[in-house]
Write a protein that binds this ligand. Structure first.
Ligand SMILES: Cc1ncc(COP(=O)(O)O)c(C=O)c1O
Length: 411
C-alpha cells in the first residue's frame, strides 16, 4: 500500500499543505490532540477579533449575526443535521455535560456505556453515581475488541437503562466503536442515545440520522481542524420536541418570562451559554466548510491509510508494541514503547515532530487490559504524508534506544 497515492493525488496534498501554515516546519502527527488549522480558519478567527477591536465586542457580534448562524448551518451539514439542532459550546466536555443535564437522574437509574468511553465522560458518570445514585453499566467487549452490540442488546432489555452513552472513537486507541449498530438497538428500545463524536468529527463521515442518536458532541480543534476553545452539541428534533434542556439553562437558552417562570427557546440554542467566543464559533464554521470542501470521505481514507502505514512501520521498531485492536481501526495509532512515552514525546517535539502521550489514568480499563503504563499516540490526517510517518518512526526508534541506554546506565 502506498498512502502517498491513494485515494488523494499528490497535487491535492500539496494544495492542502500550502493552505496549512506550519506544515512546512513541523511534522504534525497530533491531529487527535489539535490539528494544524488551514489559513481559512485562522483568517476567520482573526477577522472577527479585528472587528471586535474596531467596533466593540457586542457590536461585532451583531454585525456578524448572519455569519454566526451560517456557522451553525455549516456544522449541521457535516453532521447531516438541521441547523436548528446545533448548539455551539465552549468545549466538547461541556456539550456532553449539558446533554447529561437533560436527564432527571434518580437513584437506581442506569447509564449503559462502554469500557473505552472518554476519561472525562467516565468521571462524569461516576460523579452522577456519587451524587444521584446512578448505576454505571459498562457493556463488555467482543472477542475482536470494541463494545459488543449483542451484549448491548441484552443489557438494554435486561437493565432498561435511562441512557446509552458511547464514545465513538476512544482517545487513546485506534478503535472505532459500532455506533450505528448500537443506535439501532437504542431506537428499537426507545432508549435515549448520547454519542461522543469528538475524535470522529472530521475523521469519519457522520450522519446523525443513521446513528439514530438524540445527542452528539464534538470539538473544533481535532480532525475538523478548527480552533481550540469551541465545540458543538447536536440535539435531535425528538429531544427538543420533548422539551429537553440542560438543568442549568441560561438566558441564551431561555427567556425569564415571569418572576417565577422561564420559556425555552425553540431550538438547540437552549443548550448554549450566553457568553462564547464568536471569533471561535466563526472559526469552527470555516473549519466545517473546509472539511466539506476537502471531502470527509477523502479525509477518512487518506488518514486511515497513513495510520495503517504508521502501525506497520512502528511494529518493526524493536521494543515497540502497537496496541490498537478492534474490528475497525482509524487514524489514531497507539504504541507501548517499553520506556515512558512522555519522555519520547518531548524528545520528538524538540525535533519538530508532534505526537502525544497518555498515562494509565487517561484510560484506566484499556491500559490495564493492554498491560501498559503509558502510550505514544501518532494521529495523522489527510494533509500528512508517508514521508512524515517515516521521519517520526525513525525518530521514535532513536528516542527509544536512547532512553533504554540512559535507563541501563550506558550513557
Ligand atoms: C473522545 C473524546 N471525547 C471528549 C474529549 C474532550 O473534548 P474537550 O477537551 O473539547 O472537552 C476528547 C478530548 O481529547 C476526546 O478525545
Amino acid at each position: 500500500m502506498d498512502p502517498m497515492n491513494r485515494p488523494a493525488t499528490t497535487p491535492e496534498v500539496s494544495a492542502w499543505r500550502a493552505e496549512t501554515p506550519g506544515s512546512d516546519r513541523l511534522v504534525h502527527l497530533n491531529n487527535a490532540g489539535a490539528a494544524l488549522v488551514p489559513h481559512q480558519v485562522a483568517d476567520a478567527v482573526d477577522a472577527h477579533l479585528r472587528l471586535e477591536r474596531e467596533l466593540g465586542g457586542y457590536e461585532a457580534a451583531d454585525a456578524r449575526r448572519e455569519e454566526i448562524a451560517a456557522a451553525h448551518a455549516s456544522v449541521a451539514r457535516v453532521l447531516g443535521a438541521p441547523a436548528a439542532s446545533i448548539a455551539m459550546v465552549q468545549n466538547a466536555t461541556l456539550g456532553f455535560a449539558h446533554a447529561l443535564q437533560a436527564f432527571d437522574f434518580r437513584p437506581g437509574d442506569r447509564i449503559l456505556t462502554s469500557r473505552a468511553d472518554y476519561v472525562s465522560n467516565q468521571i462524569m458518570y461516576l460523579s452522577l453515581g456519587r451524587r444521584c445514585g446512578v448505576e454505571i453499566v459498562r457493556a463488555p467487549d467482543g472477542p475482536a475488541g470494541g463494545t459488543d452490540p449483542d451484549a448491548v442488546r441484552s443489557l438494554i432489555s435486561r437493565q432498561r437503562p435511562t441512557l446509552v452513552a458511547l464514545t465513538w472513537v476512544p482517545t487513546n486507541s485506534g478503535l472505532v466503536q459500532p455506533v450505528e449498530a448500537i443506535g439501532e438497538l437504542c431506537r428499537a428500545a426507545e432508549v435515549p442515545y448520547l454519542v461522543d463524536a469528538c475524535q470522529a468529527a472530521g475523521q469519519l463521515p457522520v450522519d446523525v440520522t443513521r446513528l439514530g442518536c438524540d445527542y452528539l458532541t464534538g470539538t473544533a480543534r481535532k480532525f475538523l481542524r478548527g480552533p481550540r476553545g469551541v465545540g458543538f452539541l447536536y440535539v435531535s428534533e425528538r429531544a427538543l420536541a420533548a422539551g429537553a434542556h440542560p438543568l442549568l439553562v441560561d438566558m441564551r437558552g431561555a427567556t425569564w418570562s415571569d418572576p417565577d417562570d422561564f420559556t425555552l427557546v425553540p431550538d438547540a440554542l437552549r443548550f448554549e451559554s450566553w457568553e462564547i467566543s464568536h471569533a471561535l464559533v466563526l472559526g469552527l464554521g470555516a473549519a466545517a466548510d473546509y472539511a466539506l470542501k476537502v471531502g470527509i470521505e477523502t479525509a477518512t481514507h487518506r488518514a486511515r491509510a497513513l495510520a495503517a502505514y504508521a502501525r506497520a512501520r512502528l511494529s518493526s521498531v524493536p521494543g515497540v508494541r502497537v496496541l490498537d485492536r478492534g474490528p475497525e481501526l482509524c487514524a489514531i495509532v497507539t504504541a507501548d514503547l517499553g520506556v515512558p512515552a512522555d519522555a519520547v514525546k518531548t524528545t520528538l517535539r524538540a525535533r519538530g515532530i508532534n505526537t502525544s502521550s497518555a498515562e494509565r489514568e487517561d484510560a484506566v480499563i484499556d491500559m490495564d487490559e493492554k498491560g501498559t503504563a503509558s502510550v505514544l499516540r501518532i494521529s495523522p490526517h489527510y494533509y500528512n504524508t508517508a514521508e512524515e510517518i517515516d521521519i517520526a518512526v525513525a525518530a521514535v526508534g532513536e528516542a527509544v534506544t536512547g532512553n533504554q541506554e540512559t535507563v541501563n546506565g550506558e550513557r
